[in-house]
Design a protein around this ligand. Sequence first.
Ligand SMILES: Cc1cc2nc3c(=O)[nH]c(=O)nc-3n(C[C@H](O)[C@H](O)[C@H](O)COP(=O)(O)OP(=O)(O)OC[C@H]3O[C@@H](n4cnc5c(N)ncnc54)[C@H](O)[C@@H]3O)c2cc1C
Length: 759
Amino acid sequence: MLLEGIESGKRKSHTVKLASDLVIVGGGMAGTCAAITAAREGLTVTLVQDRPVLGGNASSEIRLWILGATSHMGNNNRWAREGGVIDELMVENMYRNPEGNPVILDTILIEKVALEQNIKLLLNTSVYDLEKKGTDQIDFINAFCSQNSTEYILSAPLFMDASGDGIVGFLSGAAFRMGAESKEEFDELFAPDEKYGELLGHSLYFYSKDTGKPVRFVTPSFANKELSKLPRFKTFNLREDGCRLWWVEYGGRTDTILNSEDIKWELWRIIYGIWDHVKNSGEYQDVENLTLEWVGTIPGKRESRRFEGDYIMHQKDVVEQREHFDAVSFGGWALDLHPADGVYSDKAGCTQWHAKGVYQIPYRSMYSRNIKNLFLGGRLISASHVAFGSTRVMATCAHNAQVIAMAAKLCKQKNLLPYQLADIDQIKDLQALLLQAGHYIPKIALNLENNLIKDAEIEVSSEFELKSLPFDGPWKSLEFSMAQLFPITNGEQLSVTLMLKCKQETNLKLELRKSQKSGNFSLDELVEKQEIKVKTGEHKYQIDFDFVCEASQYVALCLIQNDVLEVKCSSARMTGVLSIFNKFNKSVATSSVQSPPDGIGIEEFDFWVPERRPNGHNLAFELGKSLKGFGKGNMANGIFRPTHQTNAWVASQKDLNPEVRISWSSTTLIKEIKLFFDTDYDHPMETTLMGHPESEIPFCIKAYRIRNENGKLLYAQEANHQTINIISFESTIPVKEIILELEHPSASVPAALFGIICS
Ligand SMILES: Cc1cc2nc3c(=O)[nH]c(=O)nc-3n(C[C@H](O)[C@H](O)[C@H](O)COP(=O)(O)OP(=O)(O)OC[C@H]3O[C@@H](n4cnc5c(N)ncnc54)[C@H](O)[C@@H]3O)c2cc1C
């Protein structure tokens, strides 16, 4: 028994001191991915999260889907899902949770963190104070857990603030901004004026549920009964199930940190007002059985402080896809600003302008310019209000966070502070570490320096050649222009035979298009035009193009919209080959052409977007000469997704035993083999709300075996669904040869591999 008498002074909380290599404050997607990455790289990490689960805005407390450069497949960023740990989490989520249940995502995040021995996770623990050493470094931070009544003193040489509002940056005196820059500061013509507003507000979501029997709703007294004053009130759409009303936004005219609780009350008032209207106004049919299943209690915060690093990203970095010597990550969401009046504004809920392709993010935007041991994570990174409109989405935040974790590793290894890595040679080391972990940096390839395959000979049992895709799929009406992307290598030419169907004679316009910038899929360069006469009935047509390709690139055969025509598609799907359509996704665009008003510094271009499976068939076609961009050399080119070319070795479908044989001239010691499979980086894998028709990606190899030169089995896998497989041996093994026996993912999809790293 514990018996304590009267204490005339005051008692002190139970206190625990913890020291680690890196303290991460905030367990949103940024903090979580940084923690996992750093722990796997051998750093000891303390991850402090003030709430009971991880994921921040993606958690079951708030329920936003994680998105990034794929932009719901609604812009021209092909194969743009983020790589590394965030990819692993999203692939795992789709595998376990194709229905998009946010509670399942919670379990995945908690599980992945709990599996890392190097992470000390403090949930329900809020950081509230800190001490500095000198003027420009943090010594330790103070946090308190109300659940175990414990005060924590957390020290480390390096800190990462991933708290959303930037508690650590603020308390430590780091330079920050809140609100929008003037147009002049960074020559940002899209910078909003005072009238539009300078800050994005908070939102709350809610879920409804059909109980199968009538349910009444007695409205709480605080609900807003004057909903008709909301300008968007008339467009309220019940089919959204009450959960996708992201535009129920408020707070952008006030301090989104200090007044956060008041903002939440206003959002509650609006949401319960909406529900009162739905249930009790009599204006809606079929709502008797509906109940409110869940209403958010913690508002989703969009914007507050943005901290200053050695570089502040701005509009032109995004729109012009500017390149940086210290590129370490990328973004691809639109410049997405919202009117500060939110739900009370008569303007559109958001204004989104996309760049023509993905853009690089520089390392210098990821640490504080004056607090020398502080990294800036998540939405805190150094960006103007306009650029932040794009960098703020969670997959981008998570991808950037992986950079911070790797940078922390290098800082520890080399005894450097974060800013000291912003040097051309140090950055190369950082880029290499990242790329090896599956991270993607546009225009940067991993060199073979630390890859033992550089000294090996690679043989494959077959190489796929794209000669035809069978005429066995559905007919597709050309109500929208459709394009087939062909990966073309130097010197190749296109002669394509298609099958067309029409009820009346017509002319079909065809265009061969490519993209001005290598790696883009904007199709903004017309290469050649043709027009063919199409007879009634079903017929095949051969179209020969003069264009000779001078570099490896994707070229699109565009079939221009024609209401009376249908084109035959194929059921065949394969790595790096895709069809796209000149239409738009209303979640992220308003028309199939991005048409910005003059003078806002945004480019006009067409959207060419894919359709999601089970749709999105390739065209059926025969080619005069086969395309050869699927060779074994792709496995060693240091790019692990399609960019300007497929970057994948693909086996022939006829090859019943696809095999990669890696041979060294003398015995080589191997500790680890890393394989990069195709989990379709074009798939956005939205984590919640939205279901997916598949839980595994059809291109991903499930089963494979690894043998040595004597046929001895070194490893076997029967049920893979992940992008990267790491096969670590307990100790180094001597081999002269490694034979990788692969099975095709299915009868209609050939086996493909983006890369192999042996170390
Ligand atoms: C309504 C809405 C819709 C959006 N739509 C999308 C979308 O569709 N897709 C998308 O990807 N992004 C979307 N965003 C943007 C995105 O959610 C945020 O920009 C993103 O969550 C920022 O990530 P973060 O890790 O910096 O912050 P958060 O996700 O907010 O995570 C920060 C974490 O830090 C914790 N924390 C805060 N203070 C402390 C403290 N003192 N001590 C310890 N822990 C602390 C918080 O509890 C939180 O878990 C949307 C945002 C909103 C609000």
